[in-house]
Design a protein around this ligand. Structure first.
Ligand code: BES
Ligand code: ZN
Ligand code: ZN
Length: 485
């Protein structure tokens, strides 16, 4: 999809279809063009409502009020409603809430690209998005004077953000036998070829040397050997150093504590945290942010077999702590224990963020659309929540407490990989990870459980069925902010 910005008024632009936004409260006014026809058709200008006035090649879309979030979803709905048409180019005016809101243009671009996404790798008939060109007129209905350079920058930011999100969606949606640990490593290597990123891949031998026994234990029964990915973006004189860690379970069968059939469906999603980190690194490189950013992904498949790790095993993590395995399906925290350990050994970061589809309990607690944000320090947690909101993602805090901390006690090892209570599972998983965070990093670390939004089997807002790219947009926003300061 190509974007073009022009100062020409909307009526002078040559395009096959025009998208017209109708603000709900304005619909009663006479200045709304085609009002009579729209009324006749039953159009009410409700948020996300679309009506294609085919004779005039105009797509009307309702919007509650002009803000980033509404614009993003509205544009996604608009492009989706045109997906089966033959229109090749689309024109639209700018809609800005106030004169500084170039974020409105960015949100529009994001909505168009995120909404146009479809994954048909495994369909024999491919559906092609018909619209190739988008022309945005700087003619603005609030009569604001728009700066072409700032608008172009906003378009570019929107494109990079949405492209990174769609890149992550593709990885998540790829089947476990097409996307296994080595595949993730190859994707990382290719990123390092395309962009000025450094890439280091650790294979089993090196993982052994690095004493990453918990990661290796989870990986043991799979015919796909594990890989550990370290990607880095290193500008001169960076304003901050950030580490991003992702859970990259390319398949989670549950291991010997096998998941029931219905719970196993979609467990290709368990690489979403790792895939999100790869998407973030792509965006960081494209934006050439003035911060040093490291991405670490533990890429592993959790399977069954004669060589499988088992409940009752005691594993020694990279930081020396011993872990009693009581459930092999609580494998993400084991992989993350070593991944976080390696990340902290390799890089002295100002902030350390991890992303994981860690618990079904997070989905139970906050629903399918929201990420759970945990950690010891309120400052970085609030940064994540704020960035999520600004980017169009949903995230909420779940607090640790000393009572839940006691639930991970083990009679035989330093800690159990499973809580002794069935309640508060997202939090006890977060507390487990906290045991693998070095003292000096306690307040720098944030854990984001993306189990809810990472993969949803229906369309929601600007997100498609399947992988959503959860985490990518919120972190691009957060990293942009850190690079500005
Ligand atoms: N990958 C799952 C968590 C998950 C469940 C993500 C549903 C997305 C949707 C994780 O490895 C897991 O199986 N967790 C267990 C932990 C339990 C055994 C302590 C869970 O949530 O049931
Ligand atoms: Zn599991
Ligand atoms: Zn898992």
């Amino acid at each position: 999809m190509n974007f073009e910005l022009t100062i020409s008024p909307i009526n002078e632009i040559d395009a096959s279809v025009e998208v017209v936004l109708v603000i709900k409260k304005n619909f009663k006014h006479d200045f709304v063009q085609d009002k009579k026809l729209l009324k006749k058709a039953g159009f009410k200008a409700a948020q996300d409502e679309t009506y294609l006035l085919i004779g005039k090649n105009r797509l009307y879309v309702g919007i509650e009020s002009i803000n980033d979030e509404n614009l993003r979803v509205t544009m996604a709905k608009a492009i989706q409603s045109l997906s089966k048409t033959k229109y090749k180019s689309l024109k639209i005016a700018s809609y800005m809430a106030d004169k500084n809101a170039y974020t409105n243009i960015r949100a529009m671009v994001e909505g168009l690209l995120l909404g146009a996404y479809s994954f048909d790798t495994y369909k024999t008939t491919k559906t092609k998005q018909p619209i190739k060109n988008i022309i945005i007129s700087l003619e603005e209905y609030n009569a604001l004077e728009l700066d072409m350079e700032k608008a172009a920058l906003a378009v570019n930011l929107g494109q990079i953000t949405a492209d990174a999100t769609n890149f992550t969606r593709d990885i998540v949606n790829t089947t476990p036998d097409d996307c296994y640990p080595k595949t993730l490593a190859n994707i990382a290597k290719n990123l390092a070829k395309e962009f000025p990123l450094e890439c280091n891949i650790l294979k089993p031998k090196q993982l052994k040397k690095e004493k990453m026994e918990t990661l290796l234990a989870v990986a043991r029964a799979s015919r796909h050997k594990p890989r550990f990915i370290h990607l880095s973006h290193k500008p001169k004189n960076p304003k901050a150093v950030i580490s991003l860690v992702g859970k990259g379970l390319t398949y989670d069968s549950g291991g010997l504590s096998l998941k029931p059939g219905t719970a196993m469906v979609n467990m290709k999603l368990d690489k979403s945290g790792g895939a999100a980190v790869l998407g973030m690194m792509k965006a960081v490189a494209e934006l050439n942010l003035d911060i040093e950013v490291h991405g670490f992904v533990g890429a592993v498949e959790n399977m069954i077999g004669g060589d499988a790790y088992k409940p009752d095993d005691v594993l020694v993590a990279k930081n020396g702590k011993t872990i009693e395995v009581r459930n092999t399906d609580a494998e993400g925290r084991l992989v993350l224990a070593d991944t976080l350990g390696y990340a902290q050994q390799e890089v002295e970061a100002d902030y350390l963020f991890d992303f994981a589809t860690l618990t079904g309990a997070s989905v139970v607690a906050v629903g399918h659309y929201t990420s759970s944000v945990m950690g010891n320090g309120d400052v970085p947690k609030d940064m994540v929540i704020k960035a999520a909101k600004a980017s169009g993602e949903l995230a909420t805090k779940l607090d640790f407490n000393k009572h839940l901390r006691t639930c991970l006690k083990s009679n035989v090892a330093d800690i159990s990989n499973m809580s002794n209570t069935p309640y508060g599972g997202a939090i006890t998983a977060g507390i487990f990870l906290d045991n693998f965070i070095d003292k000096k990093n306690k307040d720098k670390w944030v854990h984001v459980d993306i189990a809810g939004p990472a993969y949803v089997e229906h369309v929601w807002g600007e997100n498609p069925i399947g992988g959503s790219g959860a985490g990518v947009r919120m972190m691009i926003k957060l990293l942009e902010t850190l690079a500005e300061n």
